[in-house]
Ligand binder design. Structure first.
Ligand code: NAG
Ligand code: NAG
Length: 274
């Protein structure tokens, strides 16, 4: 189950880009230098370091957390000379030894493929339809999503909640829910407290999330139209590290890091055109 949750998150990283109000994509994570507050920089930022005034990326050899190392695409978590493991600059997937996809991903998120011995990059991944037996199919991470096996249809990518079994459904946390023997899309309105009213995964094979917001008057959780309901304490974490808190004359605002990147890109394009 942990494998599939992890895998779903990873599939998000292969996924799309784009931004509409109240939506975010797990692939559009903030970079360390976009974080202007120490709390954001050090919270999930095991890849980042705060020098007193600004946030910057840690060198691979200074990262001591295995997950943070593997998640940094410039680094890889590899066995070292003293029998442990340490974080080094990423070279090639084929240098990594892993018998399972998860074992390879735990060394580098660049490397979701394995031939059984050596790891490989995402463009080596099989498509679900290529896998002709349930034991190879079920839970396989393909470029189209997690594969699932059905005797009638063979191996296909899980793209919606309805066909999922109880175990598959429960593993798609924030995406699907299992009620009355049926797996269906998790909705903001399913959350009944302000604490749990965070986000739902809108498309389980693409890493597209929808932010929820708490209507305190009605006492209900609903789809958020924007990031306005997020404060300094939860802006970064509730958007899975895709937005950060910035100071403004009005006090502060939660802004998407992706929109910022896009904005800089558009400005750059304008400057080139002039
Ligand atoms: C922190 O890093 C920034 C950017 O590299 C630099 O401009 C600043 O002087 C540094 N501050 C301190 C206190 O070292
Ligand atoms: C090797 O890994 C171990 C455990 O992760 C660590 O304590 C040790 O410092 C590392 N040695 C080298 C030479 O990097």
């Amino acid at each position: 189950m942990i494998k599939i949750v992890f895998a779903l998150f990873f599939v998000g990283c292969l996924g799309s880009s784009g931004q509409s109000s109240g939506q975010f994509y797990s692939s559009n994570a903030c970079t360390c230098d976009q974080l202007s507050y120490e709390s954001d920089c050090t919270k999930m930022g095991l890849q980042c370091t705060w020098n007193g005034t600004s946030c910057s990326t840690l060198d691979c050899n200074l990262i001591t957390d295995a997950t943070a190392c593997a998640a940094n695409l410039k680094c890889m978590w590899t066995p070292n000379s003293s029998g442990g493991s340490s974080c080094k600059t990423f070279t090639f997937c084929s240098q990594l030894t892993g018998a399972t996809q998860v074992a390879c991903l735990q060394m580098s998120n660049n490397c979701p493929f394995t031939d059984g011995t050596k790891c490989g990059s995402s463009n080596q991944l099989h498509s679900c339809s290529h896998l002709t037996a349930s034991q190879y199919c079920e839970g396989y991470i393909s470029q189209d999503g997690i594969c699932m096996w059905r005797d009638s249809t063979g191996c296909t990518a899980a793209t919606e909640c309805a066909p999922l079994t109880l175990a598959e459904c429960n593993s798609a946390k924030y995406g699907c829910k299992y009620t009355n023997n049926v797996c269906s899309q998790q909705l903001c309105s399913d959350y009944t407290t302000q604490q749990t009213c965070t986000f739902v995964m809108e498309t389980i094979n693409k890493g597209v999330y929808q932010l929820c917001s708490w209507d305190s008057t009605a006492g209900k959780c609903q789809i958020a139209q924007n990031y306005g309901g997020l404060g300094q304490g939860n802006c970064y974490s509730t958007t899975l590290g895709t937005a950060r808190w910035v100071s403004t004359s009005a006090g502060g605002e939660c802004l998407s890091c992706y929109a910022q990147t896009l904005f800089v890109f558009i400005i750059a394009l304008f400057i080139i055109m002039i």
